[in-house]
Design a protein around this ligand. Structure first.
Ligand SMILES: NC(=O)c1ccc[n+]([C@@H]2O[C@H](COP(=O)([O-])OP(=O)(O)OC[C@H]3O[C@@H](n4cnc5c(N)ncnc54)[C@H](OP(=O)(O)O)[C@@H]3O)[C@@H](O)[C@H]2O)c1
Length: 388
């Protein structure tokens, strides 16, 4: 029986993780849960899993959550950074699922690593902002970082049993999102509602917009660099609209190893939770006859410049990726609020990147400061107008 804590239990990944727990009661139980503001769902999760601890974003939500829980419920309710720290460090948890969205996940994930917990990593922003720190601290603490992102879980499986120096390149696949076939002119007019309709995956709002803009793939290139210790020049992207091949690794002898499966996050989540074992799950089989043909295309960096912005920021290193990430979070937020157009996303981000003076070998404080600065600059760019 492995006890887990979940940071972001009320999100798409959190809910899928708890579904895996429900289907494997002999393998997993829940030590602690952390949500944000969705106290109604967190209440249901507490009633079902009876964690020792649960944490929410602030005192107001903690008070409201306590008020809607039955008096006999023993779960201790905490809040804010201190509450998230307790969830991340819970003494009984062997593994922490890092599934908050955005930069909010960074500090709790580092707390979990410092407490020696293995990490099932969904929160890619943690790796983008602070990959070097995460890798270093995980090494010091002998902590395993198991990727939950379907592409990285695929690469992890394709690398198993092979020599790292025999890898020629990693090939990340991308669905291309809902706007893959639209022209540049059409992209200027898409609405947040259009962008939130991902063709293959049901996910949280931020990652769904990142998928539509292809920023998600850019973030994943940086994530792959840190997770697998591969230079970014050796990480390619291929558009594969059906999301059946989740990624591939090409070796020096010309062999390419791929991992396939239907697009269902419960598969990579279960693998991260149970590694090196595999858990049986009958209702999610892959039917290659029904899914054929599988097609592949080159990414179009002119219509979707975000991926290149991310690659360049990752190459530049230092605080640049944290700035990219912070500016992107604000660009996505303001797009969802109807304040900027879809095609303004890369404009805002590149403007903020161009204003940044990066720090090399940043500390955690440098990274958090770069994130704060990038958010503030991105709001400024949005407020004072965009020259796109
Ligand atoms: N969804 C996927 O299929 C998928 C696939 C690969 C990777 N990922 C990555 O996994 C992470 C989570 O994605 P998701 O789709 O599950 O997102 P989501 O559905 O939006 O869920 C986000 C979670 O984070 C919590 N949260 C939001 N803001 C917070 C804050 N400031 N402080 C603390 N908690 C906060 C939310 O709480 P409330 O809702 O209670 O406010 C929720 O529990 C992201 O980094 C994403 O890139 C997701």
């Amino acid at each position: 029986m492995k006890k887990i804590s979940i940071l972001g239990s009320t999100g798409s990944i959190g809910v899928s993780t708890l579904d895996v727990v429900v289907h494997h009661p002999a393998e997993f139980s829940v030590a602690a849960l952390a949500g944000g503001r969705n106290i109604s769902l967190l209440k249901d999760q507490i009633r079902h899993f009876h964690p020792e601890l649960a944490a929410v974003i602030d005192k107001e939500h903690a008070d409201r959550l306590r008020a809607i829980l039955p008096p006999d419920e023993k779960t201790v309710i905490l809040w804010g950074p201190a509450g998230y720290r307790e969830v991340a460090r819970h003494r009984d948890a062997e593994m922490v699922v890092s599934a908050m969205v955005g930069s909010a996940g960074l500090v709790p994930t580092l707390e979990a690593i410092d407490a020696g917990k293995d990490i099932a990593l969904a929160n890619k922003e943690t790796m983008v902002m602070a990959g070097s720190l995460v890798v270093e601290r995980a090494r010091e603490q002998h902590v395993r970082i198991l990727p939950v992102d379907s592409e990285h879980c695929a690469i992890f499986q394709c690398l198993a049993g092979h020599q790292p120096d025999q890898v020629r390149r990693i090939i990340l696949t991308a669905s291309g999102g809902p706007f893959r076939t639209l022209s540049g002119a059409q992209l200027a007019d898409v609405s947040p509602a259009d962008a939130l309709k991902h063709p293959n995956w049901v996910m949280g709002r931020k990652i769904t917009i990142d998928s539509a803009s292809m920023m998600n793939k850019g973030l994943e290139i940086i994530e792959a660099k840190w997770l697998f210790g591969v230079e970014m020049d050796h990480i390619d992207v291929l558009i594969h609209p059906k999301s059946i091949i989740h990624s591939m690794v090409e070796y020096i002898d010309g062999s390419v190893i791929a991992q396939l499966g239907i697009p269902d996050m419960r598969i990579p989540i279960a693998y991260a939770l149970s590694f090196p074992e595999r858990l049986p799950r009958r209702e999610i089989p892959l039917d290659l006859i029904k899914t054929s043909p599988l097609e592949f295309f080159e990414p179009d960096l002119v219509r979707f410049p975000c991926m290149k912005l991310a690659r360049d920021a990752g190459q530049a290193g230092g605080t640049m990726p944290a700035v990219l990430n912070g500016a992107n979070e604000i660009a996505v937020e303001t797009f969802l609020d109807g304040k900027i157009r879809f095609t303004d996303l890369p404009v805002v981000i590149s403007e903020v990147l161009s204003r940044h003076r990066p720090t090399s070998s940043p500390t955690l404080d440098d990274i958090l400061e770069a994130d704060r600065w990038a958010r503030q600059e991105a709001y400024c760019v949005v407020k004072h107008g965009i020259n796109s």
